[in-house]
Design a binder for this molecule. Sequence first.
Ligand SMILES: C[S@@+](CC[C@H](N)C(=O)[O-])C[C@H]1O[C@@H](n2cnc3c(N)ncnc32)[C@H](O)[C@@H]1O
Length: 178
Amino acid sequence: MRRLTLASLLLWAPVFGQDTKEAEKLAPYYPTPESIVEKMLQIGDVKPGEKLFDLGSGDGRIVIMAAKKFKADATGIELDDDLYKRSMDSIREQGLQRTARIIHGDIFKQDYSPASVITVYLLPSSNDKIRPLLEKQLKKGTRIVSHDFQFSDWKAEKVETVEDDGEGRSHTIYLYRR
Ligand SMILES: C[S@@+](CC[C@H](N)C(=O)[O-])C[C@H]1O[C@@H](n2cnc3c(N)ncnc32)[C@H](O)[C@@H]1O
């Protein structure tokens, strides 16, 4: 049976966005497998104390692993009410409130200028939409790690494909540096 991918979920686009109010939903919820999260953070060379932002943080898994395992200061941005609550519950349960948090808001309305690392798992068209904001706000040297979809017009410093995530599909991770 063909596996569901984030891109194939596009077919369901009309049912998403019911909770978006005036904000634009840039991708449906589709979590990155934990093994790929770890790979993304390794490729992003996330170091203790660095500020990381996950744009569209879902259940908070990237933020939580960045804070817990890589000792980063991690912030997620999430529009969806339930995902926001679920991710904040996980952060509290794991006692990570000092170094991990989720902003219940819109990716387009945040300030990413303090970031050392940005992580994204959005759609190609969404990467195009957020690119001008990142070009405007990010300081020189900020690393951007994108799961599965590249940023057009940016040249990746590294592209790594993980052939099998244990669930039978491959993942590509793109690393960019401003
Ligand atoms: C493909 S999921 C990725 C989740 C997580 N980053 C991961 O890799 O596991 C994309 C997430 O972005 C959120 N999202 C989409 N548009 C958004 C927006 N404008 N502002 C904040 N979050 C948004 C969705 O609700 C969804 O949880």
